[in-house]
Write a protein that binds this ligand. Sequence first.
Ligand SMILES: [Zn+2]
Length: 542
Amino acid sequence: MKNLITTLLLIFLLTFSSFAQIQGEGHPDFADQDEIDSDPNDFIHPNEGPLEGEGHEIGDHSKCTHDSLNIPEPELLHVDEPYPPTESESEGRVLASASTFRIYPYYGFLAPAYYKTYFQNRLGPAIVSYFEHALKVKYPVSGKLKSPSSFKTICGKTIPSVLKPGVSADFFLMFDSQYDQPASSTASTWVAETYSCYLAAGSKRPLIGKSVLNRAVLKDPGTNVLLHEKNIYMMLHEITHALGFSSSLYKYFLDANGKVRSGHVSKVGSATVLNVSPLTTRLRSYFGCSSLKGAYMENSGSSATAGSHFERRHYPYEAMTSGLIYQQAYSQFTLAVLEGSGWYVPNYSYADPYWLGQGNGCNFLFGTCSPTYFDEWCSGSSRGCTPMGRGGGSCSSDIRSDGCRFVHSNVNYDCENPSAKSYARLPSLQTFGRTANSKCFSGTLSTSSGASKSSFCFKYTCSGSGANTKVLVTIGSKSYTCSRKGSLSVSGYKGYIDCPNPQLFCSTVGAKTCPRGCMGRGSCVNGKCVCNKGYSGKDCAA
Ligand SMILES: [Zn+2]
């Protein structure tokens, strides 16, 4: 029997430990959590309402692991494709002729009906739209993508009837679902397994994939927009593995001229380093580290996890790190890995903004991860704003961060979460909501003196430019001006609010941006998505 699995990717969750955390009363604000162990999926579940207690974090207990023991060589499928490119097609011409990437999603194995409906009508189409717009394909399938008549099954499943005559697509993606609740308080369970079952015989580009979802964990979000968005990131992560971001597929990567790459994967200590030109060029320029060898992949965890994810210590909030961090970013670097595969040409306007470590030099990556040197890091376990700035959380390390501490996001302090108001200090001064234009500001503001550091969500506007950039912060009904980094006093209150560096804030956290390029379903106008007819939401994902 042919082995259909080429890539096996699992995300594990320690769900029960989070349950215990939810039950705990008055979860301390400053709890030291070296291992964040709460369940991202139980928060804001539509049937449960907001969580009880503070400090419920969306954490790193979800581990997407690459089970190398079960990864056989991928199977090849013969399709008509313009590969190898003819000699006359120079790099530039190949790039120019890259075609629209066509994905055929197949929802026929999903059950029960409500779950299939969510995937078929909401989550699946949003993900497909994203990849079809963010990527062009260099070696498209000409004619039909179909299963040979000799096949009895495909990816271990009954062959979908549409694959017999074939479909006009470059990638066929099957969704399947199971229900697998962890059995005990210490048991883990998985979120999704994504297989790339077949590669094109010529270009070795992934052609047919399967994503099996655990609906006990990856749930129908109902009307909860934040949970829908979290599901989007989870599926972007999974499908990105299937498209090429996978240690088992690196060896098939092509260069810009369609030749099989060599020497692009190396080991530095225990870390796999991926060095493909579109990626490494961007990384060196971004970090300001010209000696950087490439992207360091996750070195902790099983051999399965290592290699197929960005190193958390280098890319704390990137969507392709191992283990979900709430409020993550699908950055230019992930698109650059896909470009580096030689199979795709990304449109980088679909990347989420990302700025952690930008311009900080090699020391950010390899030096001491201390707030003494870089603002991205923190020490202790107090409350603050995440480096992404969308909300607050507690300073901690996690199992993938090599001991480096940064503020991990917490849904209860997320400025885009309307329910976060009930966990806020001085809630009447703050503004929450998906489109409230509110960001996180740290400080000790309180009615009494000597209060601890906390995070606050205030509306703001950026004005001026260059050295004259100012941040106008709305605190309650009054407006205050941050013209330089420092402490801001608020009349009638003790303590202070931390003014960020205005120029830095307004070009990163405070910049107006369109999430994930509006998912390919709208236009970004002045940093705001104008959604095409039929779509809505801040990111057009609804
Ligand atoms: Zn993963």
